[in-house]
Structure formats: structure tokens, C-alpha cells
Ligand binder design. Structure first.
Ligand code: NAP
Length: 311
């Protein structure tokens, strides 16, 4: 059974399963390095470009490299398919067509949005499938290697594959988080909101500061302690208690002044400011610090079509 792979006993010695990696980008290379460091034999790596595969094999210390996925997946007990999301299913199918997965191999992808169902073709080789998503944003291999330990890793998949996947996560120092396949798109949308939209939000703040004549480098340094303080407040008090500012206070005049200034100096930011403002009115009402009357005036003011900052 695939589950036994987590603790294979050979001549009385616990052996870690052998691993192949298909797709040697940021995550594939970083996972390979991390797993090799904790004793997993990385038997092969493959990516479309042979030079890239060779470089990744050297970094990871893999035994073989190839530009043909099934060259390395054959014989491996665990196969990571760490291509971009839109190539996972087709890559898996191509390997299956070449009988490239061993019986009982565990085939894993690292996508946040996709479930293990995209790997279901691997079952034709009697392999089992799972997904393992490190809940982090990785810009480079070095950064990914440092950030995976301590990061939550969402896992789901075949019952017999999960013990292997749990062991992999524990061995690289990740924090296990079990999830259902159906929950993955919404779980990933949450990650996008927390990570990608934070970047978007920062860009909005920097643009507004630029309109106020504050240079970007000063602006970011000035806003960072505020951001950290807000995160600490959210951690300590939760939402909506951590909400402060004019909307939380029901301060219609201040929001009116904001909208006028944005219209004049940064009109491209008006729609997103209003949209976030409307969402924030709901939080302020939940917090109970914004009166019903002030909330109604704010909602009218923040309507998308409203031309001027007038309540
Ligand atoms: N980066 C992150 O922050 C992050 C975080 C969590 C999870 N993930 C997930 O991790 C997975 C990999 O993402 P990544 O950021 O590592 O992507 P990436 O850096 O773009 O790497 C993808 C690799 O796959 C190779 N590739 C592309 N098409 C292929 C194919 N058809 N067959 C074989 N190899 C192929 C590419 O190299 P060649 O062009 O040389 O083939 C590239 O090296 C994705 O599922 C992603 O959602 C990423």
C-alpha cells in the first residue's frame, strides 16, 4: 500500500521514499533541496529545458536529470509535478501515456487552487494522488527554501497517499493543514486576498501618497510601522475590533474630504477606494462604533456612480 511508503523498512533501517520532480522552477527546486537535506533520495528531476534540469539537479543533488518527465518518474516512489498549474493535468496525462508512474507511487502537485483530481489519470498506473500546497509566496528558490519551514501546508488526496504527504510536510518543517478538495478554490482565493491583494492595497496607498507629494521610498517606510501595528491589532483583538479610522468612527466629513482629494489628485484610485470603503462600513456596523445614520450617509457617499464627494 502507498501509505507504507512513509516508513519503508529495509534490512531493519527506516528508508525514506525515493522522489522525482517534474517541473524545476521555484517550488520544485526548493522542495527538492529541502527534502534532500532531510534524507529523501532525489532520484531524478525533469523540466522541458535540459540545461535548466541539469542546473536544478546540481542544486538539489539529484542522481539524474532529463527533459523527459517519464525518464525520471519511473522507479520513483513519490513524484512531484511542480509545473505551472495549467500544465499539471497534461503533464500527468503524458506521463501516464508512457506508463511513467510505478504501481503505488504517490503523485503530488503543489497548486493552491487545484485539487488532486487533476492528477486522477495517474490512477491508471495504479498510483495514488494528492496535493500539497505551501501557503506562502515564493519569489525565488532561496526564499522558498527559507520560508517553507514554519509555513502551513494544505494537503488533500487519496487516503493511502496522505500518510506519505503528512510525513513529507513534517520532515520539511511545514505545519499540516488538512483540507477538502472542494474547498481548494475558496481557500486559494483567501490566500490571494491576503497576499496578492495586500500588494495591490500597498500600491493604492503609495499612489495616494504620491498624489500628496510624498515620494515612494519615504511613503513605504512611513506606512510600514502602521501596517505592522494594524496586523498586531488584528492578531490581538480580531476583526472588527481592530478596525479604527474615519469609517469606524462614522466620520462622514473626513471620508467626503478623502473622496474630493482622490478625485482631484488620483482619480484612478476612486473606484477601489469606494469599494473597500463600502466593505469597511459593514465592518464598522459590526463593531458597533458607527451609528446607523452615519452608516447610511457613508453608503450613499461611497456608491460607485456618485460623481463628487458629497454626502
Ligand atoms: N511560487 C509560489 O509562490 C508558489 C507558492 C505555492 C505553490 N505554488 C505552486 O507550485 C507550482 C509551481 O510553481 P512555481 O512558482 O515553482 O512555478 P515556476 O517557477 O514557473 O516553475 C515551473 C517550472 O515548470 C517547468 N514547466 C513548465 N511547463 C512544463 C511542462 N509542460 N513540463 C515540465 N515542466 C514544465 C518550467 O520550466 P521549463 O520551462 O524549463 O519547462 C518551470 O521550471 C504551481 O502549481 C504553483 O501554483 C507556487
Amino acid at each position: 500500500m502507498a501509505g507504507c511508503l512513509a516508513n519503508v523498512l529495509l534490512f531493519g533501517v527506516k528508508m525514506k521514499p525515493t522522489i522525482a520532480i517534474i517541473g524545476c522552477g521555484t517550488v520544485g527546486t526548493a522542495m527538492g533541496k529541502l527534502l534532500a537535506r532531510v534524507g529523501y533520495p532525489i532520484t531524478g528531476v525533469a523540466t522541458r529545458d535540459l540545461d535548466t534540469a541539469g542546473r536544478a539537479a546540481k542544486m538539489i543533488g539529484a542522481e539524474r536529470f532529463s527533459d523527459c518527465p517519464w525518464d525520471v518518474s519511473r522507479g520513483a516512489q513519490v513524484v512531484f509535478v511542480t509545473t505551472p498549474d495549467d500544465a499539471i493535468e497534461s503533464t500527468c496525462k503524458a506521463v501516464v501515456e508512457h506508463q511513467g508512474f510505478d504501481k503505488h507511487a504517490v503523485v503530488i502537485h503543489c497548486s493552491g487552487a487545484l485539487s488532486s483530481a487533476v492528477l486522477s489519470s495517474a490512477r491508471r498506473c495504479e498510483a495514488t494522488v494528492a496535493s500539497l500546497h505551501p501557503l506562502q509566496s515564493f519569489a525565488s528558490v532561496d526564499q522558498a527554501e527559507k520560508l517553507v519551514p514554519g509555513s502551513f501546508c494544505a494537503i488533500e488526496g487519496d487516503k493511502t497517499a496522505l500518510p506519505v504527504v503528512r510525513q513529507l510536510v513534517q520532515d520539511v518543517g511545514g505545519v499540516l493543514m488538512e483540507i477538502t478538495p472542494e474547498a481548494k478554490p475558496l481557500y486559494h482565493a483567501a490566500a490571494v486576498a491576503a497576499s496578492n491583494y495586500l500588494v495591490t492595497l500597498m500600491d493604492l496607498a503609495l499612489k495616494l501618497d504620491r498624489g500628496a507629494g510624498i515620494p515612494s521610498d519615504v511613503s513605504f517606510r512611513a506606512l510600514l510601522p502602521l501596517i505592522k501595528g494594524t496586523l498586531n491589532n488584528i492578531g490581538a483583538k480580531g476583526i472588527p475590533a481592530a478596525l479604527t479610522g474615519p469609517i469606524a468612527r462614522g466620520d462622514v466629513d473626513t471620508v467626503t474630504a478623502h473622496l474630493r482629494a482622490i478625485e482631484e489628485r488620483a482619480p484612478e484610485c476612486l473606484m477601489i477606494y469606494k469599494t473597500l470603503g463600502l466593505y469597511t462600513v459593514d465592518l464598522a456596523r459590526d463593531k458597533g462604533t458607527c451609528s446607523k445614520k452615519a452608516a447610511e450617509r457613508l453608503i450613499a457617499l461611497l456608491q460607485p456612480g456618485k460623481p463628487r464627494g458629497d454626502a
